[in-house]
Design a protein around this ligand. Structure first.
Ligand SMILES: Cc1cc2nc3c(=O)[nH]c(=O)nc-3n(C[C@H](O)[C@H](O)[C@H](O)COP(=O)(O)OP(=O)(O)OC[C@H]3O[C@@H](n4cnc5c(N)ncnc54)[C@H](O)[C@@H]3O)c2cc1C
Length: 595
C-alpha cells in the first residue's frame, strides 16, 4: 500500500482555520513568520518524512536492533534519518534565529514533528528524546553542564534519554532505589538499575546523555527526595569530547510488541562503583524538573497516538474504497458486480468513528501546543490562563488520544478483515506501535488519578471554571444552523460534568481519596469526551465557514464526523457522570478473592 502521511489540507485547517495560528505572527517572537513560512516548514518536514523515514518503518520493525560484540546494531536507515532530521534543523525548530534555529511557534514545530511520527514513530524517538533531554538541561542545569552538553545534543553529536523507571518502580517513582553519593569534587557516584529506557544505547552519535532520577542518601522520603543527574555514557575529556567510558552498562535489550526500531534497554549504573553523574539544578528537585519535560512529553505522546490513529484510518479508507465485497442488503441481483466495502453502512461506521477519534485527538493535541505558545509568548493574562488550562488538561491530552487512537487502529484492522490480521498490510504494525501510548509517560490509570486527585482541584478549581468558560464561548460563537444542535448538546452536558465533579469532591471530603479515586478512570473518560466534543464543535464551526467550492466535500466530512460524535459519543458522558454521581462502588468493593 502507498504510504500515508498527515493530510495537509486537514493540518492547515486545524492550524489556521480552527486555531487561528496567524494571530501568533503579531507577537514579536514570531513576527518573521507567516502562513507561508509555516507551510514551507511543513513542506520540508513532509518531504523528509516521506523520503528518509517512511522508507524503513516496516523494515526496522521486522529487523529490530540487536546487541553484537558490545554494540547495538540497527538498520543503517535509522542513522541516515536521524542525521537528515538534525541537518534539516528540525531538532532546533523552536530555537531562536541567533542560535541557528527556525524560531517556530510550538504549534507549528509540533505539526512538523507529527509528519515524522506519523510515518515512523520509532526512528523519530531518538531525536525527540534528545530534544526533550536538552530542554531540561537548558532550563535547569548549571552553566557548566549547559556548556558541556547542550550544543553537542542540539547538533545531534550526543543523543539523550530519560531514565526514570526501575524494575520495581514504574508508576510509583517515589520508590526508586538508584542512589547518588556526593563526591568531594562536586560530582556524584550513581548506583542502581533502570529498565525500559528508550534509546538507552545506540550508535547514532558519539555519546549518550542519560537524565537519571536518583536519591541522595539522607534526603527526604518519597518523591521529595528525588534528584536529577546528567550521566553520560562517555565522560568528557578536558576539551569536552567523549573520553573515558562511564560505568553505565547495557544489561540487555528488551523485545517489544511495537516501537521496535527504538532500542528499549535495561541499564546498570555503577556496577563497578565508578558511575559519574552531575547534579541538575538543586538536590531533591529532580521530579519537578523531570515533570516539566514529562508534561511536554505527555502532550507529545498524545499527539503521537493521534497521528497514528489518523494513519490507520487513512489506510483503512484507501482499502475500503478498493476492496469489493457483497452487495447492498436490498439488492439480490448477483449478476451485478460487488460493491466496494465502503458502500456498507457498517464499514462507514468504522471509518467515521476512526475519523472522529483521530481528528478530535489531533485537534486537542494542537490546542495543547497552542497553550504552550500562549504561556511562552502571550501577554500576562493570556499566559496565566494558558498555564492553568494546560495543567488541567495535560492528563486528558495524554490519555484520550492514546486510548482512542488505539481504538481507531483496532477499527482499521477490522475494516481490512482477514487482511488486517496479516503482516502483509501495515495496520497491524500501526496498532502495535500505538499500543505503547496508553502505557508510557504515566499509564491511563495514573493520568486519571492525576486529573481527579490533583488537577481538578488546583487553584480552587479555577482551571475547570476556565475550561467551562472557553467551551461556553465557543457555544455562544456558534451561528450556523448545522452546528447549533452540537453547541446545544455540549452546553447541556456541562452541568452533568459539574455535578460529577461536585460529587467526586464530596466523596473525597467525606470518604477520602481511596474511595473518591476509585472511579478516576470514569472521570478521565468523561472529561476526555467533553473536550473531544468541544474540539468537534470548533471544527464544525470552522468547516461551516468554508465557502470555496474545492472545500465542499472536506467541510461536509467534518460536519458529518461532528454529527457522529454528538449523536453517538457525547451521550457516553452522561453514563460516566451518573456513575460518579452515584458514587458507584462496583470496582472498589470487588474483593481479591472473588476473581
Ligand atoms: C516501550 C517502552 C518505552 C519506555 N520508555 C521509557 C523511558 O524512556 N524512560 C523511562 O523511565 N521509562 C520508560 N518506560 C517505562 C514506562 O514509563 C512504564 O512502563 C510505565 O510508567 C508503567 O510502569 P510499569 O511498567 O512499572 O507498570 P506498573 O507501574 O507496574 O503498572 C501496572 C498497572 O498497574 C496500574 N497501576 C500502578 N500503580 C497504580 C496505582 N497507584 N493506582 C492505580 N493503578 C495503578 C497501572 O496503571 C498499570 O495498569 C517505557 C516503557 C515501555 C513499555
Amino acid at each position: 500500500m502507498s504510504d500515508v502521511i498527515l493530510d495537509r489540507r486537514d493540518l492547515s485547517f486545524q492550524l489556521f482555520e480552527v486555531l487561528d495560528t496567524d494571530t501568533l505572527f503579531q507577537r514579536p517572537r514570531f513576527a518573521e513568520h507567516s502562513r507561508e513560512t509555516i507551510e514551507a516548514a511543513l513542506d520540508t518536514a513532509e518531504k523528509l518524512a516521506r523520503e528518509k523515514f517512511a522508507n524503513h518503518n516496516s523494515l526496522a520493525d521486522k529487523d529490530e536492533p540487536t546487541f553484537v560484540d558490545g554494540k547495538v546494531v540497527m538498520r543503517p536507515e535509522v542513522k541516515t534519518a536521524f542525521d537528515a532530521y538534525i541537518n534539516a534543523g528540525f531538532l532546533s525548530s523552536r530555537a531562536s534565529f541567533e542560535e541557528g534555529g527556525m524560531q517556530l511557534p510550538e504549534i507549528a514545530a509540533a505539526a512538523c514533528k507529527g509528519m515524522f511520527t506519523c510515518v515512523n514513530p520509532s526512528s523519530t524517538g531518538y531525536a525527540f528524546l534528545t530534544a526533550a533531554a536538552a530542554n531540561v538541561i537548558r532550563n535547569f542545569a548549571s552553566d557548566t553542564l549547559r556548556s558541556q552538553f547542550l550544543e553537542p545534543m542540539m547538533a545531534g553529536r550526543f543523543t539523550g534519554t530519560m531514565a526514570l523507571t526501575e524494575p520495581h518502580a514504574g508508576s510509583s517513582l517515589a520508590d526508586i532505589r538508584t542512589r547518588a553519593v556526593p563526591q568531594e569534587d562536586g560530582s556524584y557516584r550513581l548506583k542502581g538499575n533502570k529498565i525500559y529506557i528508550s534509546g538507552g544505547d545506540n550508535e547514532l552519535a558519539d555519546n549518550i546523555v542519560h537524565l537519571v532520577l536518583a536519591k541522595i542518601p539522607g534526603g527526604p522520603e518519597g518523591v521529595k527526595g528525588i534528584s536529577l543527574f546528567v550521566v553520560p555514557k562517555y565522560r568528557l575529556d578536558a576539551q569536552g569530547n567523549p573520553g573515558e567510558r562511564n560505568d553505565v552498562v547495557l544489561a540487555g535489550l528488551i523485545h517489544k510488541l511495537g516501537y521496535r526500531g527504538t532500542t528499549s534497554t535495561a541499564l546498570t549504573f555503577g556496577d563497578n562503583d565508578d558511575c559519574h553523574g552531575y547534579l541538575v539544578g538543586e538536590a531533591h528537585q529532580g521530579l519537578r524538573y523531570m515533570f516539566q519535560m514529562m508534561n511536554e512529553a505527555r502532550v507529545g505522546v498524545g499527539f503521537g497516538a493521534a497521528v497514528l490513529g489518523y494513519r490507520g484510518y487513512r489506510y483503512a479508507l484507501d482499502y475500503a474504497r478498493d476492496r469489493l465485497q457483497g452487495r447492498h442488503p436490498d439488492d439480490a441481483d448477483f449478476s451485478k458486480p460487488q460493491v466496494p466495502i465502503i458502500e456498507h453502512a457498517d464499514v462507514k461506521r468504522l471509518l467515521l468513528t476512526q475519523k472522529a477519534y483521530a481528528e478530535a485527538a489531533i485537534a486537542m493535541s494542537l490546542y495543547g501546543y497552542r497553550l504552550v505558545d500562549d504561556i511562552e509568548t502571550g501577554d500576562e493574562a493570556a499566559a496565566k490562563d494558558a498555564h492553568l488550562l494546560l495543567d488541567l488538561l495535560t492528563p486528558v491530552l495524554k490519555s484520550w488520544p492514546s486510548e482512542f487512537g488505539v481504538k481507531a487502529n483496532d477499527m482499521a484492522i477490522q475494516v481490512f478483515g482477514g487482511a488486517g490480521y496479516t503482516r502483509e498490510y501495515p495496520v497491524e504494525q500501526v496498532w502495535r506501535d500505538n499500543r505503547l501510548n496508553p502505557i508510557h509517560e504515566g499509564t491511563t490509570g495514573v493520568q486519571g488519578m492525576d486529573l481527579l486527585g490533583r488537577k481538578v482541584w488546583m487553584a480552587n478549581g479555577k482551571g475547570l471554571q476556565l475550561l467551562a468558560r472557553r467551551i461556553l464561548a465557543d457555544v455562544e460563537r456558534t451561528t450556523d444552523d448545522r452546528c447549533q444542535p452540537f453547541a446545544q448538546a455540549l452546553k447541556a452536558m456541562l452541568p452533568r460534568v459539574e455535578a460529577a465533579t461536585t460529587a467526586a469532591g464530596k466523596l473525597m471530603a467525606e470518604q477520602g481519596p481511596r474511595m473518591a479515586l476509585s472511579n478516576a478512570n470514569a472521570y478521565l473518560q468523561l472529561m476526555g469526551h467533553t473536550v473531544a466534543a468541544w474540539m468537534w464543535l470548533r471544527q464544525a464551526n470552522a468547516a461551516a465557514a468554508l465557502d470555496a467550492p474545492e472545500d465542499k466535500d472536506f467541510a461536509q466530512g467534518k460536519l458529518q464526523a461532528a454529527q457522529y460524535f454528538f449523536h453517538w459519543e457525547l451521550p457516553r458522558v452522561e453514563l460516566d457522570a451518573q456513575r460518579l454521581i452515584d458514587a458507584d462502588d462496583t470496582f472498589i468493593n470487588m474483593d481479591n478473592r472473588w476473581f
